[in-house]
Each structure stands twice: as C-alpha cells, then as structure tokens.
Design a protein around this ligand. Structure first.
Ligand SMILES: Nc1ncnc2c1ncn2[C@@H]1O[C@H](COP(=O)(O)OP(=O)(O)OP(=O)(O)O)[C@@H](O)[C@H]1O
Ligand SMILES: [Zn+2]
Length: 659
C-alpha cells in the first residue's frame, strides 16, 4: 500500500538564468585548431622534404636494370632509401610502379624514383654505380632542418597537450561549472550572481505557505536596506543564517527573495561545487566567493547543501576528507573575518543540520537557524495560488480541495503538480485546468507515471484483492484515514495503490491511530491470504512500513507496556523521513524484548486485519469486481460500491479504545 504519507520528490527546479559570459573553448573551435596543426605539419613536410612524394617507388631490380642501361643520372641515399633521377623517363606498368595504387592504370613514365636497398645487397654496389656514371650523394638518417625536427618532435606532444586541455575543459563543463580562465581559473568560485535588473526579481510575493520562516527573514531584509539604522546603535548584523528544512520546501527561494526584497546582489553556490578532486581548490573558491560578495556589499551569499562541506570534521566520507576540511576551515575563517559592519550576509541551506560541524553553528557564524517546514493545508493552498497565477483555472478547480489532498507535499512538489496538471489539461484538449487534472497528476507525481505492463487476469484479480483489502480496512477500522482513491493501474514501483489522506494535517498521533494504520497496511496481504490461502511478494513495501511504524512505537514513543517510556532508538532525521531502524546501545535482553514487542504489534494487527476482512468479505468482493471493471475508483464510488459508511473518527470512541 502506498498512502498519503508520501515523501516529497526531488525538485527539478533549475533556475540558472543567463550566466555571466565565461570564456570557454567551444568544441568546434578545438577541432579547427587540431586541423590547423595537422595542416601545418603536412605543409612543413612538403616544404622540407621536396620530391619525397613525387618519387615513384620502383623495385630494386628495376633500379639496377636502369643503372646497367646507364639511364640513372644521380642518386641520393639516406640509410636504406635511395632516391634518384632517371636520364630518360622509364615506363612502368602500373601494378609494378607503385604499391599504393592497386587499380589498373595505364603505364606511367617515371623520372623521379625511389627504392629501398635490401640488407643483403651486394657490397659492390658503389663501384657498380660509379662504373655507370651515377652521381652519388648521401645524407645522415636524421635529416631536415632543425625546424622540421622541432615540428616532428613536438607536433604530437602539442596535440596531446591540446587534447588534455580539451578533456579538462569538457570535464569541468560537465561538472556544471563554467571555469573562468581555463586551468588557471580553478580557484575561482563558480558562484552564480543574480542581478535583479537581469533576472526576474523574486520577492516575498513568490514565497507562500512558509510564513514563519519568511517573518524571521524580514528583519534581515531591513538590515540590508538600512544598515545605518542598526550599526548606529552598535548592533552587528547577523552573519550567518542556516535555513533548515526538507528538500523542496523553498529554502533557495527564500534566500533569493531576501536578496530581491533588499535589492542586493545574490551570490549562490552549492556546497558540492566547492569540493573538487584537487585539494585546495575548494578553499580558493570560498575565498573568491567572499571576495566577490564583499566587493558588491551589501550582498547575500547563499550556500546550498552546506552539509556536503560542513559535515563534522573527522567524520567526512572517505576520500574527500582533507579537501572538505580545508574548505570548511576557509568558510569559518572568512566568516570570522567579517568586521560586523560589513553588509554581507551568508545564508546556507541544509536538510541534515545534525551532521554539521559544531564550529559552524557557533556564535558569529551560522548562529541563527530558520526552520522551513513543509507547508500545512492553508500553506499548500497559498502555494497553489502562487503557481496557478498564470494558469486558467476552471470553476471546479477548488484549490482548497487540492490542498487537502496533498499532505506531505513540499512547495517544489506543488509547483510540479501545477505544471503537470496544466500539461494534462492541454493534453486533454481543455481550455482550462480542472480539479480532475490536479487529482490525476497527483498520482503521477507521488507514484510515478503509469507503467504499461500487461498482467494476466489472475494477477490483476490478485492485485485487486490486495488493494481492496487495504481499502476495506480503511473504511472499517475506527480512526483510519479516509480512503479517497483505489487503483489497480501499475505506476512506478507499485502495481496498485490505495490512497488515504487524513482529514486534516496531523502533528500528533494517538496510539489507536497508529495501530489502525498498521492494520490497514497489513490488509493487502491479509486479503490475499483469506481469498487465495497463499502468499506473494507483493506485500514487501507494506511489511516494511508496518515494521518501521511498530518499531518506532516501541523504541521512540513509549507505546509498549513491557518496555515503558524509555528511549531506545535515536530520533530520525525529521527532514529526510525514515532512516534505518537502529537501536541505541542496549542490552541483549532489551533488544530481544524490543523484537518481541514489535512482533506482537504486527501479529496482533495481522490477525485483526484478517478477521475484519472475513467479516466484510461481501464488501471486499464487491469492491474487487468494481475495480476489475473500472481500474480506478474515487472516494464516492468506493462508498457506493461497498455500501459502507466512512470509518468513524477516533474522537467518537470511548477512551480511544484499544483496537
Ligand atoms: N513556499 C513556497 N512558495 C512558493 N513556491 C515554492 C515554495 N517552496 C518551493 N517552491 C517552488 O519550488 C521551487 C524549488 O524550491 P527551492 O529550490 O527553493 O527548494 P529548496 O528547499 O531549496 O530545495 P533543496 O533543499 O532541494 O535545495 C522554487 O523555485 C519554487 O518555485
Ligand atoms: Zn499493499
């Protein structure tokens, strides 16, 4: 089962408007240069070794024949090679005259010839030639002027050097950076500067649904606008502000909005861009980045993904350790170097604040922390409004309704959703975006696009039972989140989906609710078991989620009577969602007890799931029949087909009765 508690998908936002022109060797130009070098090489050869090419190779025997006839005027010997002139042209059949030309050609008349003296050639060759009045000259094997030698010697080396430069540039281009000044620009920061005249100005208008974070930054904007107001009172500006939040919650957007509101230049760079393979480069880039920002003060520096360099020292990933530490040290040095009157403010973003080096968080550095939360329902509606500004919405496209259906989505996800909905509307040939377009796109965003796989009727039925199992339990277990969609269309990893969403955003989860969820999660397998009596692999994801939840109940939330309120596992990264389940250091006995308690929760829930489904077998079958026919059912259709009322809310239960 997949349900509404989705994780936000990575944001694909990529706002890199016209980077300031950086000189780069285009590929075409590079090939032109290579061609030119080759041409020069060729011409030089032609120039310094004239005739080398006109000379027609002849067999040694032919050469001796001609000498005997007295037809050889002169020869020039270089090693084994003899080049020379015949007195009168010699007609050679084409196949003999040259080894290079194989096609039948008319006989050629040859005056300039060349031949190679075999190693075993007769020692009397010299007197033989002299007897036939041949002028003999010779040159050492290494010939040509020093310039030719230079060209021959260094040509290939030059080529190789060119090749490496080209490779290097290509690599750095692929790394996403524009290296100003080639090899020597390594230490230059690749910071992108956004100027508000050039780029569409981003202001707080464009940021919605994260008001608390926004409010904390309003003060910074004021400082950048009227620094005197603060410095006159002896107040120093905050130097570093750490924006902490899940991916896609709008941290980058906020930083840009601060710059946009304050009308100051914005220098942005991602932590991972600092760290190159060459040690020392990261630090140099940091220096350069801060230098640029100081030159343009008041200004804002934004370092995205600071965790990739700010990881606690000594704990860095193998390999990049010393480079990462140097880069981090440089950032610390630069920030300490601020006099306090400098109007440069450093914003940094991370979604793993707990792994940051403590030194980064000390006073005078990133001592302020602004938490950017996932938007709540009202926030989501506001973000939807921002991103549908330029889209024609149909009457029925109730953004409040869309917001209610999208718990857990980040700002970036919502932006994506708006775009997908508009695309879908266009694909459907509509003039306006309807509610249905949003709902249908949502499924694609959460689960991935439809997968065109062909399932056998038996498999389809099994999947229908699995999903219906989840759905029926979502209807009959008190406290379960309402089921608002069931589908057996394969998408992404899932072969089917039951989508449940809480009626309101939840911040605190009663135990009964968690148990209801576990029962629902196990409903897929339970349905398969009671109908077919056999098991398949289809419940892997359900089992994983249920186990995680049960484990958390026992080890973090004190929901096991046997273990009581003892913290047994570390809190998971709240911005990245579930991590590995891991116990704190506990005794073997306790660990065994944890396992036992987790098993108990799962087994009890499993039994209840099976019992409830047996009790509602009729409704289960009805839902399966409808699903096989229609593939996807929405909330109303589900209630209609099963004739069941929505699950009672927990508050209607006496004492949150144990399920
Ligand atoms: N609160 C919001 N209001 C309006 N739009 C938002 C909001 N949050 C995110 N977006 C949209 O999503 C895009 C991506 O968000 P942004 O890059 O700022 O997220 P981020 O938190 O920096 O993500 P990451 O941690 O992945 O870098 C923004 O450009 C914006 O269009
Ligand atoms: Zn399932």
């Amino acid at each position: 089962m997949k349900n509404g508690n989705n994780s936000s998908s990575g944001n694909s936002f990529n706002n890199t408007p016209g980077r300031p022109g950086t000189p780069r060797l285009p590929q075409r130009k590079f090939w032109l240069i290579i061609l030119l070098v080759l041409a020069v090489n060729y011409l030089a050869t032609q120039w310094f070794l004239p005739g080398a090419d006109q000379a027609v190779p002849v067999p040694y025997t032919t050469f001796k024949e001609q000498v005997t006839k007295g037809n050889v005027q002169s020869i020039h010997s270089q090693g084994q090679l003899i080049q020379g002139q015949f007195n009168s042209p010699v007609s050679l059949p084409s196949d003999e005259s040259t080894t290079r030309q194989t096609t039948a050609e008319p006989p050629r008349n040859v005056t300039a010839f060349s031949t190679v003296v075999p190693d075993f050639a007769d020692p009397g060759l010299e007197s033989f030639l002299a007897n036939h009045n041949v002028t003999i000259s010779a040159s050492p094997i290494q010939t040509g002027s020093s310039l030719t030698n230079l060209l021959f010697g260094f040509g290939p080396v030059l080529l190789i050097i060119f090749f490496y430069v080209w490779l290097y540039r290509r690599a750095s281009k692929q790394a996403g950076g524009a290296l100003g000044g080639g090899m020597f620009g390594l230490g230059k920061s690749k910071a992108r500067r956004y100027d508000h005249e050039q780029d569409k100005k981003i202001t707080f208008e464009d940021v919605a649904g994260i008001d608390e974070a926004e409010n904390e930054l309003v003060e910074i904007v004021d400082f950048l606008k009227n620094p005197k107001k603060y410095t006159a009172l002896g107040a120093t500006a905050p130097r570093g502000i750490l924006l902490v939040g899940a991916p896609g919650t709008g941290k980058t957007l906020l930083a840009k909005a601060v710059a946009g509101e304050a009308q100051v230049p914005f220098f942005s760079m991602s932590g991972s861009e600092f760290v190159e393979m060459i040690v020392g480069v990261g630090a140099a880039r940091v220096r350069d980045l801060f230098k640029q920002a100081r030159e343009h003060a008041p200004s804002i520096i934004f370092i995205d993904e600071i965790d990739s360099i700010g990881r606690a020292r000594g704990q860095a990933v193998l390999g990049g350790a010393s480079e990462q530490e140097q880069t981090l040290n440089q950032i610390l040095t630069e920030m300490d170097g601020f006099s306090g009157k400098e109007e440069v403010i450093v914003l940094a973003a991370t979604n793993q604040p707990e792994i940051l080096d403590k030194a980064l968080l000390r006073a005078g550095r990133f001592d302020r922390r602004v938490v950017v939360n996932l938007p709540d329902k009202i926030g989501r509606e506001a973000i939807l409004q921002v991103h549908t500004r330029n889209k024609p919405l149909a009457q029925d496209a109730d953004l409040m309704e869309v917001a209610a259906t999208t718990p857990g989505l980040s700002g970036a996800d919502i932006k994506n959703l708006c775009n997908e909905a508009a695309l879908l509307a266009a694909k459907r040939g509509q003039q306006e975006v309807h509610l249905k377009d949003f709902i249908d796109s949502l499924e694609k965003i959460i689960l991935g696009p439809e997968r065109p796989i062909v399932l056998s009727p038996a498999d389809r039925e099994r999947i229908a039972y699995h999903e219906s199992g989840h759905a029926i339990l979502g209807l009959v277990v008190p406290g379960a989140d309402p089921v608002n969609r069931v589908s057996i269309v394969p998408r992404g990893q899932a072969l089917g989906v039951t989508y449940q969403r809480p009626p309101a955003d939840r911040y605190n989860y009663p135990e009964a609710y968690l148990r209801a969820r576990i029962i629902g999660m196990l409903g897929g397998r339970a349905a398969e078991e009671i109908v077919y009596g056999t098991k398949t692999t289809g419940a892997e994801n359900d089992i994983e989620q249920a186990t995680d939840l049960a484990h958390n109940m026992v080890t973090r939330w004190g929901m096991s009577e046997k273990l009581g309120m003892v913290k047994l596992a570390a809190r998971q990264n709240q911005y990245l969602g579930m991590g590995q389940r891991q116990l704190d250091a506990v005794s073997e006995q306790t660990a065994a007890l944890v396992d036992e308690e987790v098993h108990k929760i799962i087994n009890d829930s499993h039994e209840q799931a099976k019992q409830l489904l047996r009790d509602h077998r009729q409704q289960l079958d009805a839902l399966v029949t409808a699903l096989l026919e229609r593939e996807t059912l929405d909330e109303h259709e589900i209630l209609d087909v099963t004739g069941l009322p929505p699950a009672p809310a927990l508050k209607d239960l006496p004492n949150q009765a144990k399920l």
